[in-house]
Ligand binder design. Structure first.
Ligand code: MV4
Length: 447
């Protein structure tokens, strides 16, 4: 087992990883920018190193400063959290080249999944279902027209280097294809320096469902069920659930068997998430995330597992030590992402938090690095807290969520707490009948 882990992140996820380390008896090293000298993740770590000025490229993305910090403090592994360097294959290579362990998959697997075409090709060859579309890259417009004619309109043109909604263009009909093609390729070249694109049939009302998997270094792969992440605004998740109100236990088992089988054959290790679109009873793989995700707590609550602890254990070479059948799903969990943003305009609201009263009680978890007196800096992601509730059934989880949201007080800055209070009161949310467009409609309808 590792003796000391450097956590290359900030905010709630840095705290989350520290907590797992502490329970495993592992020393922690925090890194921070000058803007984060007073941050909770620095205060609670065993040691801390300032790695640069506020801009992320000079601090949390500064690979040389982070590796120097690991070297100076004698850390033997680096946990990247999510965002920042977590899906940077070059960084994973550098960490390993320095004789340290990168707590995550191999650089090669990060690289494959970072290329959405390579990811789909790999998954398809291993029996994972895809959306109807091109067989890999579409290199010229003649091919694009042939693919679209074959699969039928509407189609979606996606950048190979994209993901998370960047570099996508829809074409409703043949007339619109050329303009979408030119725009998608231009955007892909400008944003990623890679104009490779592929084409999929556009699904008009899917749910976004993702599957959490974990693999050890000896080829054992298990899954921890699905999360429903359909409630998004501008490709930012707002509220996530485990399990999905739309998925049966039989569907979960079947998808889990297909996915774990594929990742075993791929030789994947550590944590990962497969993203699917789900429509008309069918799953279609779209992307894989090779990191711990923001919404991992809902999975932890229904499975009773510490996913960060498991990531650290398998990265240190320990076997998983349990079979799929030992993973049981109990109750329902919901997470709300609380952002320092205006609840209607979504403009960021950095500034001083004068009072912070998180909710508590049975089945309530708050993952946050906030404290009264803290100044939310303007340089980073606006998420300031995750409220996670767990209860025996989805209706009970919703009742608990409403109660917890009513208790939750963040004073001094505006937050998205009022938006969450409106969502939980909405009958169609309570009925579980929503798709990826639901929240955009809800927000723009002004309810
Ligand atoms: C799609 C789609 C419809 N059809 N692919 C957006 C982000 C990226 N991860 C994939 N995305 C989509 N891919 C096909 N073939 C609709 C979306 C999409 C979406 C997906 C998940 C969650 C929210 C979304 C919001 C808009 C579009």
């Amino acid at each position: 087992m590792f003796r000391k882990i450097l956590i290359a992140n900030r905010g709630e996820i840095a705290l989350r990883v520290q907590r797992a380390c502490r329970e495993l008896g592992i020393h922690t090293v925090a890194v921070h920018s000058t803007a984060d000298a007073e941050a909770m993740h620095v205060r609670l770590a065993d040691e801390s190193v300032c790695i640069g000025p506020p801009p992320t490229k000079d601090s949390y993305l500064n690979t040389h400063a982070i590796l120097s910090a690991a070297s100076i403090t004698g850390a033997d592994a680096i946990h990247p959290g999510y965002g920042f360097l977590s899906e940077n294959a070059g960084f994973a290579d550098m960490v390993e080249a320095h004789g340290l362990t990168f707590i995550g998959p191999s650089a090669d697997h990060i690289r494959i999944m970072g290329d959405k075409i390579a990811a789909k090709t790999a998954m398809a060859s291993l029996g994972v279902p895809l959306v109807a579309g091109s067989d890999g890259e579409v290199a010229d417009f003649e091919d694009a027209r042939a693919v679209a004619d074959r699969i039928g309109y509407p189609v979606l043109i996606k950048a190979a280097a994209g993901g998370g909604g960047r570099g996508m263009r829809a074409a409703a009909s043949a007339d619109a294809l050329e303009e979408a093609w030119t725009a998608a390729r231009g955007e892909a070249r400008a944003a990623f320096g890679n104009e490779a694109v592929y084409i999929e049939k556009y699904l008009d009302k899917p749910r976004h469902i993702e599957l959490q998997i974990l693999a050890d270094n000896a080829g054992h792969v298990v899954h921890f069920g699905e999360r429903d992440c359909s409630l998004q605004r501008r490709h930012q998740k707002v509220l996530e659930e485990a399990g999905s109100p739309a998925i049966s236990a039989a569907e979960r088992d079947a998808l889990g068997a297909t996915a774990t089988d594929a990742l075993r054959k791929l030789g994947y290790r550590n944590a990962g998430t497969l993203e699917f679109l789900y429509q008309d009873g069918q799953f279609a793989f779209i992307e894989m995330n090779t990191r711990l995700q923001v919404e991992h707590p809902v999975t932890e609550m229904v499975c009773g597992v510490d996913l960060v602890r498991e990531q650290i254990r398998v990265a240190s070479g320990l076997p998983l030590g349990y079979e799929q059948a030992a993973i049981r799903f109990t109750g329902h969990a919901i997470e709300c992402r609380v952002n320092a943003e205006h609840p209607v305009t979504f403009m960021p609201t950095p500034g001083r938090v004068t009072a912070f009263h998180p909710p508590g009680g049975l089945g309530v978890r708050v993952d946050s690095a906030l404290y009264a007196g803290y100044v939310v800096p303007p340089f980073y992601d606006s998420m300031i807290a995750k409220l996670i509730v767990h209860a025996p059934t989805r209706p009970e989880a919703i009742a608990r969520l409403r109660r917890a949201l009513d208790e939750f007080a963040v004073v001094g800055i505006e937050t998205t707490l009022p938006l969450h209070r409106r969502i939980v009161d909405e009958p169609s949310f309570q009925a579980g009948s929503f798709n990826i467009h639901w929240l955009e409609h809800f927000v723009s309808s002004g309810r």
